[in-house]
Ligand binder design. Structure first.
Ligand code: PHE
Ligand code: ZN
Length: 878
């Protein structure tokens, strides 16, 4: 690619209001095989604030047939079409612009715009897919009222859907029919959707707080009709929860969800017509794991919550993406916490943040939660924008407290209903209700990188004081070498022999003390600060960053004894888990130093004691038994080679299993497999602990695991247990037995695409010398398709992200294969390709080995790249 053609970046600082508005959008979409005709009639009004007469519309891959201005057909001299822009001069007055284009959804493999998936046509417009359907001002601050007429063959596409309410429908000559939908709410083009195809429908309804009845319709392929009830129940719970917790009611008469098999992401919040990846909506006990059920609940809620945080109040520009995503992830996390176990939910989210988001923040693709520039916005649907963005909202909630936070969200929705706004507007509402100055806090939106907190303590026996000195540092990231200090809420307690001690800061008046004063939020705003507690009558163990009150790396030189105290006695259950992870890190550290891996007896005893307690949530216990992931360990021991870390970790897992064998066997045996399946938090927790115990014993090749893995596989009445059995088999049985059971599993489930994905992932994550060969040959298996992102992620994504032992093979063959996959998908599905390349971008962390990754990136760079892959690879190489 030569310099002139290189894609260029766009900047937040260059934001200007649009030159024109589109008050009304009337679409007519006429579907014929290989040839869909889209006629768009747009009511255009010049934006007085800009006073620019040239109108420049976005369009990609459109075959323009005709253009009319106020019904007069324009000739070649009146417009200029080039490089994805249509320029019309002299649009100084309101009028109607009509364009007619032809598109071909059947050959759209990028899954953006209008495309075909199996038996249906569907759309994906976020972020900039609408321009692949028609000429438009394809930016979120242009909001319009949409009326959409769909026309198609009655038998090929009996179902015709779009946003809003159905206002007309009927038959046409030649076996064709039509439907017209009208959405009364103004919306940006990215929230537009249409669906046409052979779909079955499950119907239900919801009565809102103000007693309006809302029709719920879930559209799936006929074979999946039995897998909709969990999504519907989750939706109804989410609707109620948003009324109760945010005072938000649904605003249309109908809420539709459509399940599609080929989808780049999890799901999409199109107004009144959500489109879901099948993996995030279908669920049944036989085919879906507990994690799958919980994911469906979370994603259904997430998309529903977007109706307010995203649709009613939307983003001014794509730099503000976290305005809707960070807030909505925070909302769905709180919902899931309320529906299930809040500690377990927090553990899962923090695990993801610490293993994956922190790595993103420390690598070449690091960007602020509100990026200042991008080449391709699709590359910014990241853990930073979503998960770290949600942590920012959580910190605001922590700083304001629940009452003011709710006032703040009320004000935000009220002030900005129907508007396209910015992250600053969100924070401004929080400031307005609380009279707090959050200007320093806003640095979290513009500075990338994970701050490190270096904490030390000092106890004075003589003065009965305890001091915490906290220093913050933030490593350089691509956008800035130097960082100004962040405003960081640090939730703390001090543990004494008999529990959490009452807290009083040395400079705090007694009258200021809250009723429960055993926990406090320290606000760190300087690069270094000391907090002194008075009246501390014994040397305490500090419980720091409770509930992970800020997305930071905490460094405090805990002794093993102190960590065990936290593990056993902390009154914050999350921090008990956190201590278990730190003990794992300590064990790895000792093993690296000593070259052999001796387990600490105190640690083993503590875990043993916890396993015997019946007042501890079994799901939390299961997480306490996990040694931190290799990726997290690599963050903590950047100098140690990844394979050494992987082997050390494996060794530790085996030894831990051997030391805890009796207690683990008990958990395996105590489990009654015949109980009818239930997804309650309690039932999930029991399965989780029993299956974790089984897998640990399998790692240690325990005789019970040899027997029980087969039993669980054969006699399971649900997918969680069956898959746990198969995983255990894969860890402890002979090669032949493993192959035999993999084959049996496939023949049992070959007609269930989502189960087949699990089967692919399991094989891709096996730590065996021939895994890569097996993975390569699976790409020619009849079940596999390069056009289905779920399949590609199940195989290539799982291999590259969840199989450190084989992906990082010394000969570099893992890297080479991933690069081949990226090159294969680069043009066909740029979004997917750009995501898959991520593991290679971490090459700098891998010393010698990194050179092998580097040369694969260079090889990719040599090809003619899509914008998406171009941006990622170039940033990784500079
Ligand atoms: N906006 C979607 C969500 O977070 C994600 C998405 C982005 C889906 C882009 C498709 C394309 O709910
Ligand atoms: Zn979202």
């Amino acid at each position: 690619m030569n310099a002139i053609q290189q894609p260029s970046a766009i900047y937040l600082a260059d934001y200007r209001e649009p030159t024109h508005w589109i008050d009304e959008t009337h679409l007519d979409v006429v579907i014929f095989p290989d040839q869909t005709r889209v006629t768009a009639r747009l009511k255009i009004t010049p934006n007085a604030a800009r006073a620019v007469s040239e109108l420049v519309l976005d369009g990609e891959g459109l075959q323009t047939q005709a253009i009319y201005w106020n019904d007069a057909r324009l000739t070649q001299d009146d417009f200029d079409e080039c490089d994805g822009k249509l320029r019309l001069k002299q649009i100084n007055e309101s009028g109607w612009l009509t364009t007619e284009v032809i598109i071909c959804p059947e050959s759209n493999t990028a899954l953006e715009g209008l495309y075909r998936s199996r038996t249906m046509y569907c759309t994906q417009c976020e972020a900039e897919g609408f321009r692949k359907i028609t000429w438009y001002l394809d930016r979120p601050d242009v909001m319009s009222v949409f009326t959409t007429r769909l026309e198609a063959d009655q038998s090929l596409c009996p179902v015709l859907l779009s946003n809003g309410n159905l206002v007309a429908s009927g038959s046409l000559p030649n076996g064709r029919h039509f439907a017209t939908w009208h959405d009364p709410h103004k919306k940006p083009s990215y929230l537009f959707a249409l669906v046409a195809g052979q779909l079955s429908c499950v119907k239900d309804q919801f009565v809102t707080a103000s007693n309006r009845s809302v029709a719920i319709e879930v559209y799936v392929e006929p074979k999946d009709l039995d897998k909709c009830s969990h999504a519907i129940d989750s939706l109804k719970r989410a609707m109620r929860w948003d009324e109760q917790n945010y005072g938000r009611e649904y605003d249309l008469d109908i809420y539709m969800i459509v399940a599609v098999d080929d989808f780049n992401m999890g799901a999409m919040e199109n107004k009144g017509l959500n489109i879901f990846n099948t993996s995030c909506v279908l669920a049944s006990a036989a085919t879906t794991t507990d994690i799958g059920f919980q994911r469906v609940e979370a994603v259904v809620a997430h998309e529903y919550f977007h109706n307010w945080s995203g649709n009613r109040v939307t983003c001014r520009d794509w730099f503000q993406l976290s305005l809707k995503e960070g807030f909505t992830v925070y909302r769905d996390a709180e919902f899931s916490a309320d529906m299930n176990s809040s500690t377990v939910k927090r553990i899962e989210d923090v695990n993801l943040l610490r293993t994956a988001q922190f790595a993103e923040d420390a690598g070449p693709l690091a960007h602020p939660v509100r990026p200042a520039s991008f080449i391709e916005i699709s590359n910014f649907y990241t853990l930073t924008v979503y998960e770290k963005g949600a942590e920012l909202v959580r910190m605001l909630a922590t700083l304001l407290g629940p009452e003011y936070f709710r006032k703040g969200t009320d004000l935000y929705f009220e002030r900005h209903d129907g508007e396209a706004v910015t992250c600053d507007d969100f924070v401004a509402s929080m400031e307005a209700v609380s009279s707090r100055d959050l200007s320093q806090f806003k640095r979290w939106y513009s500075q990338a990188g994970t701050p490190e907190l270096i904490v030390s303590s000092q106890y004075s026996e003589a003065y009965k004081t305890f001091r915490l000195t906290i220093e913050q540092r933030c490593p350089p990231t691509p956008e800035a070498a130097e960082k100004a200090p962040f405003h960081i809420p640090i939730r703390v307690s001090l543990l004494g022999a008999a529990g959490a001690l009452p807290l009083k800061l040395a400079n705090q008046a007694v009258g200021d003390l809250p009723e429960d004063n055993t926990e406090m939020i320290l606000e760190l705003t300087k690069s270094e600060q000391t907090f002194e507690f008075a009246g501390v009558h014994e040397r305490p163990v500090p419980s720091l960053l409770r509930g992970f009150s800020a997305p930071v790396n905490l460094r405090y030189a805990y002794s093993e004894t102190e960590l065990i105290t936290l593990l056993m006695q902390d009154t914050d259950l999350f921090n008990r888990w956190s201590a278990s992870q730190e003990l794992g890190v300590l064990a790895v550290s000792n093993a690296i130093k000593a070259g052999t891996c001796e387990l600490s007896g105190d640690w083993v005893n503590a875990l043993q004691a916890n396993l015997q307690r019946d007042d501890l949530d079994p799901a939390v216990m299961a997480y306490m038994l996990q040694i931190p992931s290799v990726n997290y360990l690599h963050d903590r021991f950047p100098e140690t080679d990844i394979l050494t870390l992987h082997q050390t970790r494996q060794d530790l897992v085996r030894r831990l299993a051997l030391s805890l064998a009796d207690a683990l066997r008990e958990k395996v045996l105590a489990y009654d497999m015949r109980q009818p399946y239930e997804v309650s938090a309690a039932a999930v927790a029991v399965r989780s602990l029993s299956n974790t115990a089984l897998l640990l014993l399998a790692e240690a090749k325990d005789p019970l695991a040899l027997r029980e893995s087969i039993t669980r596989f054969k006699h399971a009445n649900n997918m969680t247990d069956q898959l746990a059995g198969l995983r255990a088999i894969a860890r402890c049985q002979s090669d032949n037995v493993v192959k035999e059971h993999l084959a049996a599993f496939y023949s049992q489930w070959k007609d269930e695409a989502l189960v087949v994905n699990q089967w692919l992932s399991l094989q891709a994550t096996r730590d065996e010398a021939d895994t890569l060969v097996a993975v390569q040959s699976l790409t020619s298996h009849p079940c596999f398709s390069w056009n289905n992102p779920n399949k590609v992620r199940a195989l290539a994504g799982a291999f590259a992200n969840q199989n450190p032992g084989q992906f990082h093979r010394d000969d570099g063959a893992g890297y080479e294969w991933l690069a081949n996959v990226v090159l294969k998908l680069n043009q066909a599905n740029p979004q997917l390709a750009a995501r898959l390349v991520t593991p290679l971008t971490q090459w700098r962390k891998h010393g010698q080995r990194g050179q092998l990754m580097f040369s694969q990136l260079q090889r990719i760079q040599g090809a003619t790249l899509s914008k998406d892959v171009f941006e990622v690879v170039n940033k990784a190489l500079t």
